[in-house]
Ligand binder design. Structure first.
Ligand code: GLY
Length: 560
C-alpha cells in the first residue's frame, strides 16, 4: 500500500468523561423516545410522566424490550448504553456486554481435528456468555436515575404478567429459530404455541420472567446474579450441557468506558468504545471521507468512496479489535488522522480495491438481531442504547423456572482465526475466546452534534450496524430530518466477503452499471435490513423530532 500524508481537519480523541466540559444550552421543548416496540416506548413515556429522567426511562425501555421484543434483547443478554448528563456535560458508555464463562477456552467450539463444530456457539447453553443487562439496570438506577429501580421496572413487570400480542415480525423470527427453540422445553413453552410459531394476535404471558424482574426490583442485580434465580440459571444451563458457575454470575461487573469521539466536517461523533468496534470503525470511515466533497459527486462515485472507506475500516476491525481489558488495541494509531490519510491515499477514485490486495488478516465474525432505543428528556439528558442477545431469540434456550432467554453472544468471538462466523465476519487473535473476556461487538449507539443540532441514534443489524450509522450520519450532515436518516436506502461492505451488498432498490441501474465497471462485486439483498431509532433536538429552531425505522414496527414519540 502506498501511504501519503494529507492535511486533514478530522480528529479523533478518546475523551475521559471527566474532561468533557459542561455546555450551557437551552432545555429541549419536549422529551422523546424511539424504540423498536410501541409497548417499550410507552413504558418509557410512563416513567418520564412519573417524573423520571432519561436514565430511569432507559431502565423501563430496556426491561420492556426484554419482555415484548424477546428476539432482540433481554435479561439474558447485554448491551451498551451511551449516556449524556446535561447538567455537567458528563458522557460515558455503560459496558454491559456479556463476558465469557470462567471455564471457557479458546478452542471450545472446535472438534479434535480443529474444525468448528457447527452451531455449538449459536444454539443452547454452551453458546451463552454471562449476561450484563440485569447489572446495567441496577447501575443505571443507582448512578444516574432519580426513581427507585422498582418503579422503573414496574411497567415491564406488568407487561410480562399481562402479556403482549404476537405480530408478523415475531412470527417470522420465531419461525427462523423454530428447530432450536423446540429443543428447549422451557423456551418452547413460552415462545411457541403447541410447539409451533403462534398466530398473529396470540398473547404471550411470561410469568417466570415477571418473577425474575420482580427479584431484580426487590434486590437489585443480586436478585439475578445470586439467590434462587441464579441457582435456577446455573442448574438449568449445566443440566443441558452448559458451563456456567455461580462464580461467573457473582463476578459479573458493569464497566464504564470513555466513549470514542471523532469529527466529520463540523460534526462531533460520540460512539461506542471497545469491546465494540463501532466508535473506532466510524472514526476511520469519517476521517477517510473527510477527504472528499461527497455532496458534489455523482451517486456511483459517492457510493464507491464510501464503500472503500467501509472496506478499510472493517479490515482493521478484523485484524486489531477485541476486548481492551485482555488485548492491546492500537486505538490511537487507528484513530489518528495521518493513519486515515494513509488509508485514503490507497483509494483509487474510479476503481475498487480487491480486499485481497489489502494487507491480510485471518478470519472472524458476528451477530445480527439486537435492538436499539434513543431517549431525550426535557433536561437534555440523552441515552442511546443498543442491546443484544445476538442471533434472533439468542441461544433459543431458557433455563427452567427463570423465563430468561439466554444469549448466543459467544459466537461474536472468533472461534477460529480465518473462519467466518454466522454473519460472515472474519477475525483474529485479538478476539479469540478467553475466560471472562467480552466478545467483540458492532453495536454502535451514537450521538452526533454540530453547532445547533443534536442527534441520538443507533440500530440493530449485526455487522451492518456500523455502516448503517455511517449512512445515517451522512444524512444528518446533509441537513436531512430524522425520517430520512432511518429511511435512507442502505448498502454495506465489510472487507470479507468482498462484495458490496445493497437493499432492494437502493441503487438505480446506471449506478449498478458504473459500480460494476469500477470493479465492485455487487450483491442485491432479498430484503431490507436494520431498525434504526433516532431523535433530533434542533436548538436553533427549538424543536424535537423523532423517527422509527419504517422497516420495523417501532414507535417514536414526542412527550410534550
Ligand atoms: N451481537 C451483535 C453485536 O454485538 O454486534
Amino acid at each position: 500500500m502506498r501511504y501519503r500524508r494529507l492535511l486533514l481537519t478530522a480528529t479523533l480523541i478518546i475523551v475521559s468523561p471527566l474532561t468533557v466540559a459542561a455546555t450551557e444550552t437551552p432545555k429541549p421543548p419536549a422529551a422523546a423516545i424511539a424504540s423498536a416496540h410501541p409497548l417499550a416506548t410507552e413504558a418509557g413515556i410512563t416513567i418520564i410522566n412519573q417524573g423520571g429522567n432519561a436514565f430511569d426511562a432507559a431502565i423501563a425501555v430496556t426491561a420492556a424490550l426484554a419482555v415484548v421484543e424477546p428476539a432482540g434483547s433481554g435479561l439474558g443478554g447485554g448491551g451498551f448504553w451511551l449516556l449524556h448528563r446535561e447538567s455537567d456535560g458528563f458522557q460515558t458508555m455503560l459496558d454491559g456486554r456479556e463476558r465469557a464463562p470462567l471455564s471457557a477456552h479458546r478452542d471450545m467450539y472446535l472438534d479434535r481435528k480443529g474444525n468448528i463444530i457447527p452451531k455449538l456457539s449459536i444454539n443452547g447453553p454452551l453458546a451463552a456468555a454471562i449476561p450484563g443487562v440485569p447489572a446495567a439496570l441496577e447501575h443505571l438506577a443507582k448512578q444516574y436515575g432519580t426513581l427507585a429501580l422498582s418503579q422503573s421496572l414496574a411497567p415491564a413487570i406488568a407487561l410480562a404478567r399481562n402479556g403482549f400480542a404476537v405480530d408478523k415480525r415475531y412470527q417470522r423470527l420465531v419461525n427462523f429459530r423454530l428447530r432450536a427453540m423446540r429443543r428447549s422445553p422451557a423456551a418452547a413453552a413460552i415462545f411457541l404455541h403447541h410447539n409451533e410459531a403462534p398466530d398473529v394476535g396470540y398473547i404471550i404471558k411470561q410469568l417466570d420472567l415477571a418473577n425474575t424482574l420482580q427479584a431484580i426490583a426487590d434486590h437489585g442485580a443480586a436478585g439475578f446474579y445470586s439467590g434462587p434465580v441464579a441457582k435456577r440459571l446455573i442448574e438449568g444451563t449445566r443440566a443441558a450441557g452448559g458451563i456456567w458457575t455461580l462464580d461467573d454470575l457473582t463476578q459479573y461487573k458493569i464497566k464504564e468506558r470513555a466513549p470514542i469521539k471523532s469529527r466529520y466536517k463540523n460534526i462531533e461523533i460520540t460512539s461506542a468504545a471497545p469491546p465494540s468496534s463501532g466508535g473506532i470503525a466510524l472514526a476511520t470511515m469519517f476521517q477517510i471521507l473527510e477527504n472528499y466533497s461527497l455532496d458534489q459527486l455523482d451517486n456511483a462515485t459517492r457510493v464507491h468512496l464510501i464503500t472503500e472507506a467501509m472496506r478499510r475500516a472493517y479490515r482493521d476491525r478484523a485484524e486489531y479489535l477485541g476486548d481492551t481489558d485482555f488485548v492491546s488495541v492500537p486505538v490511537e494509531q487507528l484513530s489518528h488522522p495521518f493513519y486515515a490519510a494513509g488509508l485514503a491515499s490507497t483509494i483509487h477514485p474510479g476503481k475498487a480495491t480487491p480486499s485481497s490486495q489489502l494487507p491480510g488478516i485471518a478470519d472472524h465474525q458476528q451477530g445480527t438481531d439486537t435492538t436499539h432505543f434513543s431517549i431525550l428528556d426535557r433536561d437534555g439528558n440523552r441515552v442511546a442504547a443498543t442491546l443484544s442477545i445476538n442471533y434472533p431469540f439468542g441461544a433459543a434456550f431458557v433455563p427452567p423456572g427463570t423465563g430468561v432467554l439466554l444469549n448466543d453472544e459467544m459466537d461474536d468471538f472468533s472461534s477460529k482465526p480465518g473462519v467466518p462466523n454466522v454473519y460472515g465476519l472474519v477475525g483474529n487473535r485479538a478476539n479469540e475466546i478467553a475466560p471472562g473476556k467480552r466478545p467483540l461487538s458492532s453495536m454502535s449507539p451514537t450521538f452526533l452534534e454540530d453547532d445547533h443540532r443534536i442527534a441520538i441514534l443507533g440500530t440493530p443489524g449485526g455487522s451492518r450496524i456500523i455502516t448503517m450509522v455511517l449512512l445515517a450520519a451522512l444524512e444528518f450532515a446533509a441537513n436531512k430530518p430524522p425520517y430520512d436518516w432511518v429511511n435512507a436506502p442502505r448498502f454495506h461492505h465489510q472487507y470479507l466477503p468482498d462484495h458490496l451488498s445493497f437493499e432492494p432498490n437502493a441503487f438505480d441501474q446506471e449506478t449498478i452499471n458504473t459500480l460494476t465497471s469500477m470493479g465492485h462485486t455487487l450483491k442485491a439483498r432479498s430484503r431490507q435490513y436494520g431498525n434504526m431509532q433516532a431523535i433530533l433536538w434542533d436548538r436553533t429552531q427549538n424543536r424535537v423530532m423523532a423517527a422509527s425505522d419504517p422497516r420495523g414496527n417501532g414507535l417514536a414519540s414526542i412527550i410534550e
